[in-house]
Write a protein that binds this ligand. Structure first.
Ligand SMILES: CC/C=C\C/C=C\C/C=C\C=C\CC(=O)SCCNC(=O)CCNC(=O)[C@H](O)C(C)(C)COP(=O)(O)OP(=O)(O)OC[C@H]1O[C@@H](n2cnc3c(N)ncnc32)[C@H](O)[C@@H]1OP(=O)(O)O
Length: 279
């Protein structure tokens, strides 16, 4: 069934369905794709794709954005000039993503896409990033965040009365370790010092987030201390993480069975009950 879903997405991705394309010729070719909520700029020389979320005012992860997200990732996956390098940032200032649109929900597919992707993914976190925004960043291989004490990041689900499902807990445990994860989820904690606890890998000045992500991906010298390219290291990292195939199978199942559109808070409560039962 997942295969069917993928096929359907791919045919949408390759059809003209709302995707606008263009190319500019500088010293090398840059291609642009866009649909309503996602802008992509692909530099063919470096293979670096910048994927920008554009859902004003707060970049919430609405169903429309998540659908376009899937289409875009799959389009990049099959694009031979994208050398497996992509980074994710926000087109809006100050907010990376406010998390799920509280009137809708479908986040498992995003988890599957980013965790299952063979591309190297970097979150260029240029603003606040609660809940689903933090999840999206955690699904990337590296996280580079703007050094601004006003911006916070974390899983505040508990404060919202949402019980984090086990795959979300596993995702943050991989990054923070067991004890800190417990504290973080129990309190629904939002962090201003995410670097200290390892939730992000690097803090940089706000205007350098995107360029640092690009530099990180393309400049091999930066990693000469370990004599292994960032791309190779990431592919190894992904291979290690893919051990959790059982988890992937569970999530695929769940994508098919959980109602994908929640139109009001009442349904959110039902979904929470569903998660409690399935734990
Ligand atoms: C339902 C889940 C079920 C099961 C669990 C499944 C999976 C678990 C994995 C992930 C779970 C994720 C859950 C979520 O992501 S829930 C969403 C959590 N998000 C928040 O708590 C965000 C709270 N918002 C803020 O902190 C701030 O708004 C801000 C820092 C993002 C921006 O602050 P600003 O001061 O710049 O702007 P505001 O005036 O506060 O907001 C502007 C505008 O935007 C609306 N808004 C804010 N957040 C959301 C949102 N998540 N969805 C939709 N709309 C949002 C806000 O209401 C304002 O609207 P108005 O201008 O008042 O109309």
């Amino acid at each position: 069934e997942h295969h069917q879903w993928k096929k359907r997405r791919l045919s949408q991705a390759t059809s003209s369905q709302g995707i606008r394309e263009g190319a500019t010729q500088g010293c090398h070719l840059r291609r642009h794709f866009s649909n309503n909520k996602i802008l992509v700029e692909l530099d063919e020389a470096s293979g670096v794709a910048i994927m920008k979320l554009k859902n004003p005012p707060v970049n919430s992860l609405s169903l429309e954005l998540l659908t376009e997200f899937s289409i875009t990732i799959e389009k990049l996956e099959v694009d031979r000039s994208c050398r497996g390098v992509i980074f994710l940032t926000s087109a809006a200032p100050k907010i990376f993503s406010a998390g799920l649109d509280i009137t809708e929900m479908s986040v498992q597919e995003l988890w599957l896409l980013l965790n299952g992707s063979n591309m190297v993914t970097i979150a260029a976190i240029n603003g606040s990033s609660p809940a689903g925004g933090c999840l999206m960043a955690m699904c990337c291989d590296f996280r580079i965040m703007a050094d601004n004490p006003k911006y916070t990041i974390g899983l505040n689900e508990t404060q919202l009365g949402i019980v984090a499902p086990f795959w979300l807990k596993d995702t943050i445990t991989n990054i923070l370790g067991h004890r800190l994860t417990e504290q973080s989820l129990q309190l629904g904690q939002m962090y201003t010092s995410a670097l200290k606890i390892g939730l992000v890998d690097q803090l940089v000045p706000e205007d350098k987030v995107q360029s640092t992500a690009a530099y990180f991906l393309t400049d091999e010298k930066m990693h000469e201390d370990c004599n292994t390219s960032v791309v190779l290291r990431t592919l190894m990292f992904k291979a290690l993480r893919k051990n959790s195939r059982v988890l992937c199978a569970f999530l695929r199942e769940e994508c098919n069975s959980v109602p994908r559109i929640l139109s009001n808070l009442h349904k959110i409560i039902n979904i929470n009950i569903y998660y409690r039962i399935s734990l």
